[in-house]
Ligand binder design. Structure first.
Ligand code: UDP
Length: 387
């Protein structure tokens, strides 16, 4: 008899998992999501007023260094090449990000070549910090006080609502420093945007008679779900356990929508690094699809704040106190039967789309093999090192 699975959450984790499970096991799958749309925080749809494809939960640019992940997403829809070139506004001046030779030369009013810039930045770096463990030390050890203060301190304080020295160094490691004029924000060789948006990718992934999507349906952890052989949960881990060990810290984002004629800022993303500007960045979405023509433009100012119980969780803070709570939830999850936990929210990690997809692909294979052979079923993806 066919197995029956429930997947909670219709974002990339849930949709990739469903797509792979039906290929590897004789099964039917229900996917439920409490929101009214597919796609989780990668949801896109056309703006009714302007016709522009909007990333409703902030800009998403698909990028990966793994050809198999690129081929996988491209097997569903057409992606077009897109290079993300972020601009940063500091003290009423505009600079390219990530920090590259242009940023360094413009900021310091110099004309350094790559070798000179390396020596110059090394002269600014704090060499007394040998093993940086937090965001601030990571920055000071590599780029020094001036660039850190200008580009990272204010933005990070606004974005995360705490002092950068409380945050892990891994957040800063997301952004490279380059000693050439390459201002491509994402260093990965495969980068693009799906022509009809990310929600269309996920719709295609679950387009099968064996998969049924139920939107506007909330999951209640205490409920009986005896009809299912297994439940895959991709929502927030603390919500699943009804916050019995406390709430995990998340930042959320509020978007202020604006429409006008023409071109507002001339680029897809402008970061506002000064602490005095209340928003972190402005995304102007028609620049994500340069192959389309639109007379009007729609742009969004992003305000970051602490997540209250009624907000969507966006960015896991992963402060030390959070990690202790996470440890307790993970221990409790491991004692359950019939549940697996997957994705950004259920594993409480700052993950990009390609990481989420990669992990869901591998998890589906591991799960399917264990299920077929009667071995213990995996509860989490293999992430022990990064808890
Ligand atoms: N960041 C910053 N200034 C910037 C851009 C980024 O200080 O202009 C820091 C900030 O702490 C942010 C982190 O670097 O959270 C990672 O930036 P990324 O662009 O990857 O953030 P995302 O697009 O995921 O929000």
């Amino acid at each position: 008899m066919a197995a029956k699975f429930l997947i909670v959450g219709a974002g990339f984790s849930g949709c990739v998992l469903a797509n792979r499970l039906i290929k590897q096991l004789d099964c039917t799958i229900d996917i439920i999501d409490e929101r009214s749309h597919i796609g989780g925080n990668c949801h896109t749809s056309r703006d009714e007023e302007t016709g522009i494809m909007v990333h409703h939960y902030g800009p998403h640019i698909f990028n990966t260094d793994k050809k198999e992940i690129w081929d996988f997403v491209n097997s569903f829809v057409e992606f077009r090449p897109y290079v993300h070139r972020v601009k940063a506004r500091v003290d009423d001046k505009i600079f390219p990000l990530p920090i590259n030779l242009m940023t360094i030369n413009q900021y310091f009013g110099k004309a350094l070549d790559p070798k000179q810039a390396k020596i110059f930045l090394s002269s600014l770096a704090d060499h007394s910090i040998l093993h940086p463990t937090n965001f601030e030390d990571q920055a000071l050890a590599f780029i020094g006080k001036d660039l850190y203060r200008a580009f990272f301190y204010g933005y990070t304080k606004k974005q995360w609502g705490c002092e950068p020295r409380e945050l892990p160094a891994s957040i800063l490691k997301r952004i490279p420093v380059r000693f050439n004029y390459d201002d491509n924000y994402h260093p990965h060789p495969y980068t693009g945007i799906p022509v009809e948006g990310y929600s269309a990718v996920m719709e295609k992934m679950i387009d099968s008679p064996a998969i049924k999507l139920h939107l506007n349906r909330k999951f209640f952890p205490g409920e009986q779900h005896e009809e299912y052989n297994h439940i895959f949960y991709t929502g927030p881990l603390d919500t699943f356990f009804q916050f019995c060990f406390g709430r995990l810290g998340y930042r959320t984002v509020t978007f202020e929508r604006n429409v006008q004629d023409g071109d507002f800022q001339g680029t897809a993303q402008m970061n506002f690094c000064d602490e005095t500007v209340p928003y972190t960045r402005i995304s102007e979405h028609k620049h994500f699809t340069p192959w389309e023509k639109h007379d009007k433009t729609v742009y969004f100012k992003e305000y970051s704040h602490e997540t209250t119980p009624s907000d969507e969780p966006y960015y896991p803070k992963r402060l030390d106190a959070d990690k202790r709570i996470l440890f307790d939830y993970r221990k409790k999850a491991a004692t359950l039967n019939g549940f697996s936990f997957l994705g950004r929210l259920a594993t409480y990690r700052y993950m990009d789309m390609h990481n989420v997809i990669d992990e869901a692909l591998h998890f589906a294979t591991t799960f399917a093999q264990a299920f077929k052979t009667g071995k213990p079923l995996p509860v989490f993806p293999n992430i022990e090192d990064s808890i």
